[in-house]
Design a protein around this ligand. Structure first.
Ligand code: PRX
Length: 685
């Protein structure tokens, strides 16, 4: 295991320890195969391993032909010239680039809406919206959604948003969020959705980076019984970005009356505009801006191993084909399905599997505004029964937290409509998997444990329900066209049963094309560690049957309740506190969240520890990043374990954080080994 801790070619140290150990633990827990029922398999799109292997083989033998056939099912104003793909993924042979269907002209919003309406789905429900408060709900058919999208698109054009311009969207899960995404896409504008749990500072940082023509938000949202004034956060962010030289002329604000009335909203005349006052006045039709398959569709910022978030850029054509296809197969989609993904559109899951993937398939999508445990832990199943949800897709952290509340919250609802369950965002431990399968799904519904990332655009490793027997906790096998490889620390592919770093050989249409404004970081982070491959940043084991077991990040990124957070971001928020001299953050196992945030903090000389200071440090992180990144534990550290060259030895900090004190390993290379004893002494202070 220790040999896995060094990255090749001097790219820096990474820790694979937890990952590999966890992988072994997971694998040893598993001794069963869970077979899909005959009834399920017989109606499934991919009914058997043989069928999967047949399609998979073709996708690998002829990726361009395979994806071209699928792409042809969409509307293209002009077809792409052959070949469908052009790429270089090997940094040793020049700059990395990936192009799919380049030269093809299309529009993803048209394919989500107009194409479905023309195919006769105009009266089909596109969005079932369920509000936070019981009894508040609404629906939009595909025709109505198209009209709403067109009105907003016309407004945006009118205020000067043009093809290629960025628009920042900071909205909760109102229908207006997918409407805003689709409106941007319709006019070729590049949306950058920022999760509405991010702080003003994080929002400002993203605004400064992408310089949007407009910001779209709402005045407030209720989470549970508490209203949160989103517009105040946007105001602060716009002031902050203006101070950094980026001013935004338009702030379109939706009045969310269920949370707050417009009279109590702070307002800047000239810049701020009420959505309800302007958008409905625009025509309900709007010409489409036809774009190249490789024109940018959206930016989505995600955490990496430095303090600066990365602007992941996805383009139009390949992303469209990939999200639609993965959605269809991984959930065994049928036109009669009612699909609910609990993710927020502020994350990639909400982009690919609330908005684009499902709508490209003409699916009825449920959008829920509120918290999954409001007013109590049965809310999800209440919603499932109310709308007869057939496909339910969520994160393991929610499964674990509901599991703790007890089966009675689940079993008092029928859940008969459910057919397929999904999991995403972090490894699902076998006991949570079994509870999800047995209790939520009444041992009837296959679970699609989909492994993927913001960068990958769509699923890379996922079960296809009905095709394979499942193993609780394994994401199983690659999607069509995807070639996962597990490499050792030297970047050499390991065959058969093994553990190592998960890389991908070749490209797939949904892959991101660059990091906005920083192609060099794109190459360095993803393609240089193991030349010739895309490096995912995850550890993975493959068992004797070829099943894949994702074991967590091997870099300085932690995964808290399925939210990706860079330890460096939390550290930089902590050290911005005037009384904090130094901070080191590591992830620790957490029963519900998967990983918790554990921060070692050294105070400025002479400042005493206090409970109050602890709170104000946590507050600094909430204010700079968002509440979801608040540390679970602040561990006072008179000093941090450093090598003689000054590098913090996180391996030791991880062991102290998880109280594995007999596994500290060699501490003799530390500049001052006594630091470790001091830290252990202070562990429970
Ligand atoms: O560590 C993996 C974990 O989430 C990371 C990607 O995070 P993000 O870009 O925010 O996207 C989350 C939603 C796709 C991965 O590097 N991850 C995601 N899905 C799984 C997972 N780990 C294990 N099993 C999964 N199904």
């Amino acid at each position: 295991v220790d040999s896995l801790t060094t990255m090749p070619s001097g790219a820096g140290k990474i820790s694979c320890l937890n990952a590999v150990v966890l992988g072994e633990a997971l694998a040893s827990e598993v001794d069963e195969l869970v077979f899909p029922s005959h009834h399920f398999s017989s109606q499934a799109l991919v009914p058997s391993p043989q069928k999967y292997l047949e399609i998979y083989q073709r996708s690998i033998d002829d990726p361009a032909g395979f994806w071209s056939d699928i792409a042809s099912q969409f509307y293209w104003k002009q077809k792409w010239p052959q070949p469908a793909v052009s790429e270089n993924l090997d940094v040793r042979e020049g700059h990395v680039y990936i192009e799919w269907f380049k030269g093809g002209i299309t529009n993803i919003s048209y394919n989500c809406l107009d194409r479905n309406v023309e195919a006769g789905l105009g009266d089909k429900v596109a969005i079932y919206w369920e509000g936070n408060d019981l009894g508040s709900d609404a629906t939009l058919t595909y025709s109505q959604l198209l009209q709403r999208v067109c009105q907003l698109a016309n407004y945006l054009k009118d205020v000067g948003v043009k093809k290629g311009d960025a628009v920042v969207i900071y909205l909760p899960m109102l229908m207006e969020l997918p409407i805003a995404m689709l409106a941007c896409a319709r006019i070729g504008a590049v949306h950058s959705v920022v999760f509405a749990g991010f702080s003003a500072e994080s929002l400002a940082q993203r605004i400064v980076d992408c310089k949007p023509k407009a910001v779209i938000t709402c005045n407030a949202v209720k989470r549970g019984s508490k209203p949160i004034h989103l517009k105040d956060i946007v105001d602060a962010a716009l002031t902050g970005s203006a101070q950094q030289g980026v001013s935004v002329d338009v702030c379109l604000t939706y009045e969310n009356q269920s949370a707050m009335m417009r009279e109590s909203t702070k307002w800047q005349e000239g810049r701020d505009v009420w959505w309800q006052d302007v958008v409905p006045k625009y025509p309900t039709t709007c010409d489409v801006e036809w774009v190249d398959a490789e024109d940018p569709l959206f930016l989505l910022y995600t955490s990496g191993s430095t303090g600066k978030p990365k602007g992941v850029l996805h383009t139009t054509g390949g992303y469209m084909v990939y999200t639609a296809t993965t959605f269809k197969y991984a959930f065994d989609y049928k036109p009669s399905d009612v699909y609910w993904c609990t993710a927020d559109c502020g994350w990639i899951t909400g982009h690919s599997y609330v908005t684009y993937g499902p709508m490209l398939n003409g699916a009825s999508v449920l959008v829920y505004e509120g918290a999954p445990n409001y007013p109590d832990s049965g809310r999800c199943w209440d919603i499932v029964d109310k709308y007869k949800v057939t496909i339910f897709y969520t994160a393991p952290t929610l499964v674990r937290s509901l599991m703790r509340e007890g089966d009675q919250y689940v079993t008092r609802y029928s859940r008969k409509s459910l057919r397929v369950l999904g999991s995403v965002g972090e490894p699902i431990n076998p006991s949570a998997w079994r509870w999800y399968f047995n209790v939520v799904g009444d041992s009837r519904c296959p679970i699609s444990d989909t492994w993927w990332q913001t960068e990958t655009g769509g699923f890379l490793i996922t079960p296809l329900p009905g095709a394979w027997p499942q193993k609780p906790g394994s994401a199983t096998f690659p999607f069509f066209g995807v070639q996962p490889v597990i490499v050792d620390e030297k970047g050499v592919e390991i065959e058969g049963e093994c553990s190592g770093y998960l890389c991908i050989k070749g490209s797939w249409p949904g892959a991101f094309r660059t990091l906005y404004g920083d192609h060099e970081r794109y190459e360095t982070t993803y393609f240089k560690p193991f030349p010739g491959y895309y490096f995912s940043g995850d550890g993975c084991s493959r068992d004797k049957d070829g099943y894949h077991w994702l074991t967590g990040r091997v870099d300085d990124v932690i995964n808290v309740s399925g939210h990706r957070i860079g330890t460096a971001e939390v550290e930089s928020a902590l050290v911005s506190h005037p009384q904090c001299a130094e901070a080191a953050v590591v992830g620790v196992e957490h029963e519900v969240k998967g990983q918790g945030i554990y921060a070692f903090v050294t105070l400025v000389e002479g400042v005493p520890y206090s409970e109050e200071l602890r709170k104000s440090l946590v507050l600094a992180v909430r204010q700079q990043i968002g509440a979801f990144a608040a540390p679970d534990k602040i561990h006072w550290a008179p000093g941090l374990p450093k090598t003689r060259s000054g590098k913090i030895m996180r391996r030791i900090l991880r062991k102290i954080a998880s109280r594995q004190l007999d596994e500290l390993g060699d501490t003799s290379t530390l500049a001052d080994p006594s630091v470790v004893d001091q830290l252990i002494e202070l562990a429970d202070h």
